[in-house]
Design a protein. Structure first.
Length: 258
């Protein structure tokens, strides 16, 4: 599915909910219902905000049958929602937060209004652009952004000046920024002239504003920054401001990496 005018494709081309066992852990059910990530759901349970069949349940590890048991958070009944996995081409000037005190455009504004429960999987800063996922699957979001899984993200950065081979080697060896060491898995020069260069960087750590900080450490000014790939999923021909649902094979390819 790509947005613009609504279009409906055969069900086999749309993401489908993965088959869930009859009995699941309560925190997993909360994550699947779009309440929060599984880790955050554990805190919600421990705080006594969850009831199962009318009784407060604060013990972690409790298992429920979603088809039989009635679960509520803060008195609000829950049911497992159809999982959605969306690939969006974020344009520059949009923020990834649900609310913004500066009244800037939000990526949620680019999606159907009924998808208010979707949240971004990681972020791109306001002026960066390119591929970003949105979902209501908190567990999927947590795993895809956890540093342990080392999901590769590929960026194209256009910078002022000529990037040298030594600069590329520094990106891979690591540069210091704000007390952190930032490293690229791979770095290669796409094009260069006397005024600008285009560099492709593959990163796995997902640190805040990582590419921009890396370039700043090399005394390079970023003119344009675009994320073109996350794991095996490429931005491809998806136009700025447009979205599509991830296909079932794409979802499985991501889940298989976790």
């Amino acid at each position: 599915m790509e947005n613009g005018r609504p279009c409906h494709r055969p069900a086999q081309n749309q993401s489908r909910r993965l088959i869930r066992p009859a009995v699941v852990r309560l925190q997993k059910f909360l994550a699947e219902a779009g309440v929060a990530s599984r880790r955050a759901s554990e805190l919600i349970i421990a705080s006594g905000r969850v009831t199962v069949n009318g009784a407060v349940t604060s013990e972690l590890g409790v298992k429920i049958n979603p088809a039989r048991d009635h679960v509520a958070v803060d008195g609000r009944p829950l049911k497992a929602k159809r999982k959605l996995y969306i690939a969006l081409h974020k344009p520059p000037g949009y923020v990834c937060t649900r609310s913004d005190g500066q009244a800037r455009d939000k990526i949620a504004d680019l999606l159907p209004k009924e998808w208010t429960e979707l949240f971004s999987v990681g972020r791109l800063d306001c002026q960066s652009e390119g591929l970003i996922f949105l979902t209501n699957d908190g567990d999927f979001c947590l795993k895809l952004t956890h540093p342990r899984y080392q999901i590769t993200r590929i960026y194209l950065a256009r910078v002022e000046g000529r990037v040298t081979p030594e600069m590329l080697r520094q990106c891979i060896a690591g540069v210091e920024s704000e007390g952190e060491t930032l490293r690229a898995l791979r770095a290669r020069l796409i094009s260069a002239n006397n005024s600008t260069s285009v560099v492709e960087l593959a990163l796995t750590e997902g640190k805040n504003r990582e590419v921009r900080r890396m370039m700043t450490s090399l005394r390079l000014t970023v003119l344009r920054l675009q994320r073109v790939q996350i794991g095996p999923i490429k931005l491809g021909e998806l136009r700025p401001g447009r979205w599509r649902t991830l296909t079932e094979p794409e979802i499985k390819s991501l889940v298989g990496m976790l």
